[in-house]
Design a protein around this ligand. Structure first.
Ligand code: HEC
Length: 118
């Protein structure tokens, strides 16, 4: 087989593998990075202080995903979440929902800045 044909065959095999399971969708650090954008408001690991805005940790994945999709389409009214939800694809929202559903709910930890003694 000529080298160009071998290369073409490898590329085709790679495309099939990528289409079956995108590598980034299974990388836990991607899920953590996407979820980190929520923690400024919803607390470290989705455990909010005083429940405002509501904690996300340990919530039902389907409920979180549907809520995010409703924010995205405007079906559910919001002050900031409709803007935030629009920044993600449905696939990314699923990854984020899956991440928070897997976090054990519990008391919010103090933000790192609050633990520093000046
Ligand atoms: C700028 C602050 C902020 C950020 C960042 C943020 N949220 Fe929110 N979130 C809110 C507020 C405020 C509400 C209440 C609804 C509203 O007024 O928008 C809310 C509500 C929600 C709700 C509904 C909770 C309930 O029980 O009613 C979900 C689910 C949610 N956010 C998920 C997320 C996810 C997932 C992310 C990250 C992709 C995120 N939020 C990022 C502020 C934020």
């Amino acid at each position: 087989m000529r080298p160009t044909l071998v290369r073409a065959g490898c590329t085709a095999a790679l495309l099939v593998a990528c289409a079956a399971a995108p590598a980034w969708a299974q990388d836990p650090s991607i899920a953590r990075s996407l979820a980190a954008t929520c923690t400024a408001c919803h607390g470290t690991d989705g455990r909010s202080v005083g429940g405002v805005p509501p904690s996300l940790a340990g919530r039902d994945k389907g409920e979180l995903l549907q809520t995010m999709k409703d924010f995205k389409t405007g079906k559910r009214p919001a002050t900031v979440m409709h803007q935030h939800a629009k920044g993600y694809s449905d696939e990314q929202l699923e990854i984020i929902s899956n991440y928070f559903a897997g976090v054990t709910p519990g008391a919010a930890a103090a933000a790192p800045a609050a633990r520093v003694n000046y």
